[in-house]
Design a protein around this ligand. Sequence first.
Ligand code: 5AD
Ligand code: SF4
Length: 474
Amino acid sequence: MGECALSNLYSFKEIPAERREYLSLIAEIMDIRKRSDVPLAYVHTYGCQQNVADSEKIKGMLHMAGFDFTETPEDADFILFNTCAIREHAEDRVFGNVGALKNIKRRHPSVTIALCGCMMEQQAVADRIYKSYPFVSLVFGTHSIGKFPQLLYNVLVDGKRIFDRNSDDNTIYEDIPVLRDKTFKGWLPIMYGCDNFCSYCIVPHVRGRERSRDSQAVIDEARSMIEAGYKEITLLGQNVNSYGKGLDEDITFAELLRRIDSIEGDYILRFMTSHPKDCSRELIDTIATSKHISKHLHLPFQSGSSKILKAMNRRYTREQYLNIIRYAKERIPDVSLTSDIIVGFPGETYEDFCETLSLIKEVEFTSLFTFIYSRRPGTPAATMPDVATDAEKGEWFTELLKTQERIAADRCKSMVGSTERVLVEEINEKTGLLSSRTSGNIIVEAPGDPSLIGTFQTAKITEARNWILRGEFI
Ligand code: 5AD
Ligand code: SF4
């Protein structure tokens, strides 16, 4: 195993000689081209935690190639946007921000500009970048991360533009160094891709088929993070509940959780995202009886209407969803439930939407991620007829937010006077208070010394402010 000196730098396997070679060649070139004492990279990540985890791999490689990191694109020798394709709005933002890089390239012609991630797996997007953004030198998709050193080296050496989309490559690379953004909480991907093909979703089209990491690789990485002082580990996958499918060994996600949970140490274990169709009682029992797993279940239901769920190809009904929730509440007292919801799916009527409203009232979620449906070319829903107008969808969305605000506020109020174990994460620059999270993923703000960041504290809850709690560390 190739563990490294920095506590947030990790690689499961030795970095292969070829990759090292490319990285040191990049280092040699950048040593001449750099504009500061060290070559600087600006890496900006859009979208979900899977993208954040991918960026941490790319940063690991850049670190090995001698780069330091800057938050200011103007200062950078290498600029990378890791992009998201989940909704049209996300793509528009990327196009806008890429357009703005033109001026930086004009001022500093030696800067190399690269784009990667889900958007780049779409031919139409890659074509548009090729034609309209000539200052972008390197484009690669989610499947090409393993080739990044070679691709960057080639761009630097011969100055030609490279567009590499390698959608057939489903290899899981265990031999890429990971440079984590934080030293006390970190992402740990356990699987890649998605086989569910929800009819609205672009992810299976851009991230490819579902594939699980070997359990030993996951467990070793978790252990190494705990030994390095990580206090929170979040296991990542588009559908963690189907972990293990296709592996030689016979292992479920619940079993993987139990094996990680048995590692000694003071840490909290989270995971996302669960799919209700695969959310087993075994998983809920595992959470209920575990030592380290957070009492939190993020279980996206998307719509409260069984008719819409069918059109979404979600493969569960409203009743089946509510049955899992009932079981979770029974087995895990005070379980914190969160979810994703789409408003305005094609064919959704106000009556369907009311079923979503009634479901959130019944479940009483801690918080929700709410989205207005966005048409994704190439997905089955993109050609389904719509019945509601954009204005109506906007009104429903506002109604949903207002309803959830009341639910979250009531839940937070009921916690005043209780004590909670929290992990202190950062300082809120606006309030000057320390921001921490409960096991149920609720934010608690409290006065305290910044040296507490990265430690567990006990907080007495003194006040509820909508969906955020205020308290004192005791
Ligand atoms: N439009 C709106 N929201 C979407 N999501 C996925 N695809 C779309 C889309 N086309 C939402 C789902 C998913 C979350 C990550 O993003 O709620 O759970
Ligand atoms: Fe998209 Fe559905 Fe897969 Fe989630 S489970 S990534 S919503 S296709």
